[in-house]
Design a protein around this ligand. Structure first.
Ligand code: NDP
Length: 434
């Protein structure tokens, strides 16, 4: 905190990890001797740069661009790019820190990184998005590469943006080895990558439910967000017979008591991905409730899947969810629950999966995209989906291994943090003082 003042999100993420790994850490005096905690809490390096771009009217704008290369002990830096007006170093450092442990859990050889810009993509034309992506990569390209740092998408960065960035990267770097993941299918993208985070979260949830013999069929689910992660979470939930009653965006949430079915989800996907519209239009179209500026956690549900952004579910929301009978929370977003909310979930012994474990499906399939690019071939949808399922199962197994408490319940926060940390720590130890 002394070294990095004014970085509340970063402190929050670090404190969460450190508070759960103490016991495991103390069993390895060599970690302390090698000052591993301090070395892990300071990113390897951080790049920050100006991005200058021109809008459709000819006006010139500037934004800040960043890339945080947090840790590469187990593989090249890997993590998404976020475009959102709230982006700052505290947020990107928290995301890169989380990414290091998440990537460690995936079983694939990937280190942790994250990048982005305070550029606000809302209301921008396609041409403006393209020019911004090109300007961003004009600086970023010299810091990334297939063996060093492989970016992907995140909030505000989907297939369109990744493809524009990759196009510019290739022109500058004069190589075609797939330095971004989440690319279009025609030029090295992987099948199931768009679906991976949402599907992976549901696969993780199924594993958790299995531990208590609960069937997902007919369960009422509250989902937040309506972007990439939320859309494919809902798609998989519908396929499995669950009833999704909420979705949201930064303007508010919709509550559909009849449940969002496939046809309604197709409407949302078109609204969000094609027209870049607001979720409120769903309520107008289908005549259901819209709560302006609200978040869906006061609605009665069995399962909650926060899939929008960090700190979108606080201690009071957690209390309300539990009081309303919610017994499982699986995080699609990164750190959507505040520390107070996490405390409530752990105290109530509900099934609670932190994003680090539950949303690792996205980066896992990104890792599989890297493998396919290296081998210069493409796997089928079924092959990738099977691999995704098996990775999510393995992450669940690691959480159970490191997080089972004396009373037999699983603390998934502790399990994910300890499992993720041990692998990175051992790799750092083996590679010497760097
Ligand atoms: P998208 O940009 O596709 O969607 C983000 C959604 O969250 C939108 O509905 C957006 O609403 C809403 N949102 C964003 N910021 C806020 C905010 N401050 N308050 C309320 N709502 C907000 O992003 P993704 O779906 O890709 O990402 C969602 C979350 O999942 C993030 O936490 C991301 O880090 C995490 N994640 C994503 C992965 C991926 O593969 N894409 C992988 C792992 C984690 P609006 O349109 O109004 O901004």
């Amino acid at each position: 905190k002394r070294r990095f003042p004014n970085e509340p999100e970063y402190h929050q993420a670090v404190e969460e990890v450190l508070s759960t790994i103490e016991e495991a850490y103390n069993q390895h005096p060599e970690f302390e001797k090698n000052n591993l905690i301090e070395r892990l809490c300071i990113p390897d390096r951080v790049f920050s740069f100006r991005v200058t771009w021109m809008d459709d009217k000819g006006s010139i704008h500037t934004n800040m661009g960043y890339r945080v290369q947090h840790n590469n002990a187990i593989g090249p830096y890997k993590g998404g790019i976020r475009f959102h007006s709230s982006v700052n170093l505290s947020i990107l450092k928290f995301l890169a820190f989380e990414q290091t442990f998440k990537n460690s859990l995936t079983t694939l050889p990937m280190g942790g990184g994250k990048g982005g810009s305070d550029f606000n993509p809302k209301g921008k034309s396609n041409a403006e998005i393209m020019r911004f992506c090109q300007a961003f990569v004009l600086e970023l390209w010299r810091h990334i590469g297939p063996q060093t740092d492989v970016p992907a998408g995140d909030i505000g960065v989907g297939g369109r943006e990744v493809s524009y960035m990759y196009g510019m990267y290739k022109k500058l770097a004069r190589e075609n080895t797939g330095t971004f993941t989440g690319k279009g299918l025609e030029f090295g993208g992987s099948l199931i990558r768009p679906e991976a985070t949402g599907y992976g979260n549901v696969y993780f949830l199924l594993e958790m439910l299995k531990t208590r013999n609960i069937d997902i069929k007919g369960k009422v689910v509250a989902v937040s967000g309506s972007g990439n992660v939320a859309q494919y979470t809902v798609e998989k939930l519908i396929e499995l017979g669950a009833k999704v009653v909420t979705m949201s965006d930064s303007n508010g949430y919709i509550y559909d008591a009849d449940g969002i079915d496939s046809e309604k989800l197709a409407y949302i996907m078109e609204l969000k991905n094609l027209y870049r519209g607001r979720i409120k239009e769903y309520a107008d179209h289908y005549g259901c409730k819209f709560v302006e500026g609200g978040r869906p956690w006061s609605e009665k549900c069995d399962i909650a899947m926060p899939s929008a952004t960090q700190n979108e579910l606080n201690g009071d929301d957690a209390k309300t969810l539990i009081a309303n009978g919610c017994f499982a929370i699986s995080e699609g977003a990164n750190m959507p629950s505040t520390p107070e909310a996490v405390e409530e979930f752990l105290a109530a012994k509900v099934l609670y999966a932190p994003g680090k474990a539950a949303n690792a499906g996205g980066v896992s399939v990104s890792g599989l995209e890297m493998t396919q690019n290296s081998m210069k071939l493409s796997w089928s949808r079924e092959e990738v989906d099977e691999k995704l399922k098996s990775i999510m199962n393995s992450i669940h197994t690691q959480c159970v291994q490191y997080g089972t408490e004396a009373d037999g319940t699983v603390n998934y926060v502790k399990g994910a943090n300890v499992a993720g940390f041990m692998k990175v720590a051992k790799a750092m130890m083996a590679q010497g003082i760097l």
